[in-house]
Structure formats: structure tokens, C-alpha cells
Design a binder for this molecule. Sequence first.
Ligand code: NAD
Ligand code: MG
Length: 394
Amino acid sequence: MKGICILGATGSIGVSTLDVIARHTDLYNVVALTANNNIDLLYEQCLEHRPEFVVVVDEKKALAFTEKLKNSPVSDIKVLSGADSLEYVATLDNVDSVMAAIVGAAGLLPSLAAAKAGKIILLANKEALVMSGDIFMQAVAESGAQLLPIDSEHNAIFQCMPAGYKSGMHAKQARRILLTASGGPFREMPLDQLVNVTPDQAVAHPNWDMGRKISVDSATMMNKGLEMIEACILFAMTPDQIQVVIHPQSIIHSMVDYVDGTVLAQMGNPDMRVPIAYSMAWPERFDSGVEPLNIFDVRRMDFEEPNLERFPCLRLAYEAIKKGGIIPTILNAANEIAVEAFLNERVRFTDIPVIIERCMERFEAKPANTLDIILGVDQQARLVSEQIINELYH
Ligand code: NAD
Ligand code: MG
């Protein structure tokens, strides 16, 4: 029986993880659930999964949650609040696995704490890795933590790696990674119409049902840019070894091209419970609840090269990883601010890459060798991005 802590339990990945756990209550015991503020959903999850701890980051919501638990069937659950409590529950002795599914930079400290504590980390929170690649992988190596990627593409690549592969190793027989992308909802929209895209249109992804931030990232293809950086870090590859491939059906979730000409692909229905179940059962396999793939319904699979004029965010991500140092942290922070501003209708869809590019231009590629540097630069880039938004609209 493994103890699991789910960081970001109320999000899209958190909900899918609990769905998988409900099928395997003989193998997994939920020790802790965390949420930012959705206490109604968290309450339902507590009734079903009976964790020992919950963290509600927002203090007022945490008080309201404590009230809600009084006289309930789950009144014995310990309720904590504040961001520090995330690190506390991610490193508890009876936690073996940590699902890192908080969105954005907010997930960095607890994910890193789990890495330092030598946990099995099921990593969905790609932003944490983009911000702190070297430090994160060093923490994993030093503590002997096991890092299993949840992002469907990286999970696919991991599955296509040689037997005995561990995250962070360089598989020298693998010459290239083919990182697939759906192309999002605007793959075929005339370029001059992108400026009028609304948040509702941007979050309506054709193949995947995800949180709002990653859905916008998929529409701009910054998601693929972050994933390209994530792949460089996880699989010890150079950016030139990672080819992004637009594959609109989202049936192949990525491929590894070997020196002998073999290309291995992982396929399946586009449902995050597949990579979640793979990582939870690893090195075995178990039922994820996902329907078997009906290959006759798929009928055809298409592949095309991404157009960097349509998707400037992808170009910016390649620039950021090639410059290295703190620049991927800047890219991530500027993107988080720009996407939030777009979702709040303060900027247009096509402003997103403009804000990120201008922000990147204002920083030099200094080394990102301590956590303090990374957190400091993250804050600075957020302020600079806000200034750029003000410059654009005043
Ligand atoms: P989501 O918005 O649905 O959920 C985010 C979760 O994080 C929620 O539980 C929320 O309470 C929590 N959270 C948000 N801000 C927080 C903060 N400041 N402090 C503490 N907790 C906070 O997001 P999601 O779609 O589940 O994505 C989660 C992560 O997984 C992201 O990094 C995303 O890139 C990655 N991912 C998601 C999918 C997907 O299909 N949804 C696929 C691949 C990777
Ligand atoms: Mg992905």
C-alpha cells in the first residue's frame, strides 16, 4: 500500500488522479489533498477518499473549510493553510508518492520539497521544471527520488525509452524526440483573425479537457514550447534533438527516433488517466478506466511541421532554452502574467507573445544556479511583464 499526496487535487489532473485511485484502493491510500480555494469540491473528495490532511492555501477558505468539516463524517481530517503547508504534506513520512499537479510557479516549492525528500514524484507541473531544471534534477539525483512524467508527451517518451531508463539519463541510442502537438483550436484560423480570439474560444480545446491556463498555452502553443524545454531537462537532450510535430488527432502522444532507424510511438485515447495510471502502477500496469483505443475510428493520422509565424510562442521557447540560465524562468513568468491578463480581458490573444518577447529582451542570461536567484527573477519578470502591459495600453 502506497501513501499518496495530491498537490492540486481540485484541478483537472487532480480529479483524474482521484478517479484512478478510486479503482485501486487496495494499492493507494490518500494521505493528503491540497487545493487553492475550491472547498466544495475538496469536501466531496474528502468524503470519498478520507485523507489524513488537507491544505487549503487561502486562509479564509481554510477557516470556512474547518467549519464545514465540523459535525461531518470527516471531522477528524486535519486542515492546514498557507503555502508552507504544501511543503509539509508533500514530505510527510507516510507519503510515498506525490502528484505534483498545481498549475504554474506556485507548484515549484512543494514539488522541489518532494524531490529533496526522495519521494516518487508524479510530475504534471511542467512550469516548476522549466523554472528550475538544473536544481530540480540535481535534487532528484541527490535524494534518489523517482521522477515520473505525467505530461502525456513526456510520459509517452518515457515509455518509449530503453528498459531501465530513469528520468535525467541520456539515452545515447535515441537520436531525436518527436514531440507531438494537437495544434490547438486555432491551427487553421486565418492569421488576421487571431487578434479577435476570446478567452472562451481559447480554452475550448478540440481534444483535451484541461485547466484554463494550460488550455490557453495550448492555443498559443506555448504549452509545446514549455514541453520542449521540459523534454530537454527530463531526457538530457539538446533543443535541436526535439522536433515538434503537429498531429491533430492526438492519438500518438510522442515518439523516440533511434540510431538504427526505429521510431517508437506511444498511442492511446487522449485521456490523462492513461499517463496517470502508467505512472502510478509503474513499473507494472493497471486499469485506468479509459476506453480501449478503437483504431478503426481513428482511420487516419496526419502530421505537419509547426508554423512559427502562427505560433511565435514556440519560437520564443526555443530562444529561451538556447540562451539558457534564467531566461526559461523569465519566459515562464512572463507567460503566466500574459495569459492571466488575456483571461481577464486586459490584453488580446496576439499580445501574449509580444509581452513575453519584450520581457525576455530586458534580461541577460545569467546563471540560474540557486533557488533564491530563480525565485527573485520570477518576481522581477512578473513586475516587468505588468509594466509592459501598461505600456501597451496606456
Ligand atoms: P487546473 O487549473 O485545473 O488545476 C490547478 C490546481 O492547482 C487546482 O487544484 C488549484 O487549486 C491549484 N492551485 C492553483 N493555484 C494555486 C496556488 N497559488 N497555490 C496552491 N495551489 C494552487 O490545472 P490542470 O489543468 O490540472 O494543470 C495542473 C498542472 O498539470 C499544470 O502545470 C499543467 O501544465 C499540467 N498538465 C495538465 C494537463 C491536463 O490535462 N490538465 C496535462 C498535462 C500537464
Ligand atoms: Mg502535454
